[in-house]
Design a protein around this ligand. Structure first.
Ligand code: PRP
Ligand code: MN
Ligand code: MG
Length: 181
């Protein structure tokens, strides 16, 4: 664990802060989707932790499905090229879809995904993202449920990776420059 800690500078969000925020978002989602059964679409792999915690926090019927799209590869910069690596198994016609994401960085992944899912005949498509970096936005995305706006640093943990590492950290931390320079 010590060698992991050497790779990090500040802890941005603790496990408890994340938990409290997800509970807050869950209460809003329960109210907004009362009497309906939304389909939560998790965006692999980053969204696994948010999805797991949000889904268990929701006291209502939901369905869960997953998509894998990637725009980053192994680097730290968004390439803007979105690829579907795994598509949904679920028919979206008439469904209330809630996309679950860990982070909105440039916004390119979500703006593409929003258009893609809307074109499949869903009744509604909304977005829930734990983190957003306003200073990194290249396109504006309309997000219904947002956890935290954070500075434009390279952050890892709670699903977020650098070259596939650090996803298993319980909190969100800033990656030390020596790791990627
Ligand atoms: C990361 C993150 C978001 C996306 C945000 O995923 O999990 O999905 O990038 O970036 P954007 O707003 O600039 O498009 P990544 O492509 O790294 O795949 P991963 O979830 O498997 O790590
Ligand atoms: Mn992702
Ligand atoms: Mg990634």
């Amino acid at each position: 664990l010590d060698d992991v800690r050497d790779d990090l500078t500040d802890v941005l969000l603790t496990e408890e802060q994340i938990h409290d925020k997800i509970a807050e978002l869950a209460r809003r989602i329960e109210a907004d989707y009362a009497g309906r059964k939304p389909l939560l679409v998790g965006v692999l792999k980053g969204a696994v932790m948010v999805m797991a915690d949000l889904a268990r926090e929701l006291r209502m019927h939901i369905d869960m499905d997953w998509m894998a799209v990637s725009s980053y590869g192994a680097g730290t910069k968004s390439s803007g090229v979105v690829r579907i690596l795994k598509d949904l198994d679920t028919d979206l016609s008439g469904r209330d879809v809630l996309i679950v994401e860990d982070i909105i960085d440039s916004g390119l992944t979500l703006s593409w995904l929003l258009g893609n899912l809307q074109s499949r005949g869903a009744a509604s498509v909304k977005i829930c993202a734990l983190l957003r970096k306003p200073d990194a936005a290249k396109v504006e995305v309309d997000v219904e449920y947002i956890g935290f706006d954070i500075p434009n640093d390279f952050v890892v943990g709670y699903g977020l990776d650098y070259a596939e590492s650090y996803r298993n950290l319980r909190g969100v931390a800033v990656l030390a420059p020596h790791v990627y320079e």
